[in-house]
Write a protein that binds this ligand. Structure first.
Ligand SMILES: Nc1ncnc2c1ncn2[C@@H]1O[C@H](COP(=O)(O)OP(=O)(O)OP(=O)(O)O)[C@@H](O)[C@H]1O
Length: 295
């Protein structure tokens, strides 16, 4: 019975991780060795002429931009502007009717979250997608151990290689939790933690995949000012430590100005501004879009 429960939890974890675009680090390293990046410039992510419609609703119209290696790009805009749709296009979940998504020179257009993850893209969700019944550390370790070289039966039977890999995965996860000041909560059940800490655990799980590009969908939604400050600090610390590029959707303009090097503004599916925080803040079209939407 216990074995059945472990297996069903692992299958559910595999599904959720695939949706989240989380790929265990060793799998991704193999991919990189097999297919070295072909892009030679400093733009990590390039979108060209992306248009997406749902039936008659045009969610994105001819969107193009580039995110440089190591920068933090914020996607902002009023409700319904197309921000989540754009993130889903980057992540390969949505296939645009036209245009391309190039990541490190690889064409990932509409190729699904799994391929995006293998190329080095991880993401968090607007609504937390963790296993509430599992401990913090198990949320991070279970997904990693799924793809370890030891097969599922070796893992369940606890054969030596599986035990060693599991121990290594736990040690690595613990180091990550310490780094994000979550070490004290490692054995706590995720569902019992305050919302702000759960958001931080989701960030830890995304970082466990060692992404080159981290997509954060409204990471501060529903947080207090103190929690927002803490998570902003954690994102900056993670960037300094792991050197990845971040693309985030965020409504809190104070957070956006604090975190971003580059801001893209959408309105009714169109790109209306694309530049530094200072340039975007003073752009009359941006002011108009926000005032017009009652922000
Ligand atoms: N799966 C879908 N099916 C039909 N229409 C959709 C779908 N997803 C988004 N839309 C429509 O596409 C447009 C852009 O929506 P999207 O969710 O991308 O905007 P958003 O900027 O993320 O909004 P919010 O800030 O409210 O989350 C909206 O008109 C929305 O109703």
């Amino acid at each position: 019975m216990k074995m059945m429960m472990v297996m069903s939890e692992q299958i559910a974890t595999a599904w959720a991780l695939e949706q989240a675009g989380v790929t265990p680090a060793f799998l991704r390293r193999e991919e990189e060795e097999a297919a070295p990046p072909v892009y030679r410039g400093d733009a990590l992510l390039v979108l060209q002429g992306v248009s997406l419609a749902f039936g008659g609703v045009r969610a994105l119209s001819d969107i193009g931009f580039a995110a440089r290696e190591g920068e933090t790009l914020a996607i902002i805009g009023p409700n319904g502007a197309g921000k989540s749709s754009l993130l889903n296009v980057i992540n390969g979940i949505y296939r645009p009717q036209s245009g391309r998504v190039l990541f490190r020179g690889l064409d990932l257009t509409g190729r699904g979250a799994r391929n995006a993850a293998r190329a080095g893209i991880a993401r968090t969700f607007q609504n937390i997608a963790l296993f509430k019944g599992l401990s913090v550390i198990d949320n991070i370790v279970t997904g990693r151990s799924l793809a370890h070289r030891a097969g599922l039966f070796e893992q369940i039977l606890g054969l030596p290689r599986a035990r060693r890999e599991e121990a290594e995965a736990r040690e690595e996860a613990l180091r990550l939790l310490d780094f994000l000041q979550l070490g004290a909560f490692a054995e706590r059940q995720v569902g019992a933690l305050p919302y702000g800490l759960q958001k931080r655990v989701e960030l830890a799980r995304a970082l466990a995949a060692r992404p080159r590009l981290l997509l954060l969908d409204e990471p501060m939604a529903g947080m207090s000012a103190g929690e927002k400050q803490d998570l902003s600090d954690a994102i900056l610390a993670a960037k300094a430590r792991f050197g990845m590029t971040v693309v985030l959707i965020e409504h809190d303009i104070g957070v956006v100005m604090n975190l971003s090097d580059h801001i893209l503004v959408l309105d009714y599916g169109q790109k209306i501004a694309d530049g530094t925080p200072d340039a975007v803040r003073d752009d009359p079209r941006v002011i108009e879009a926000y005032l017009g939407a009652g922000h």
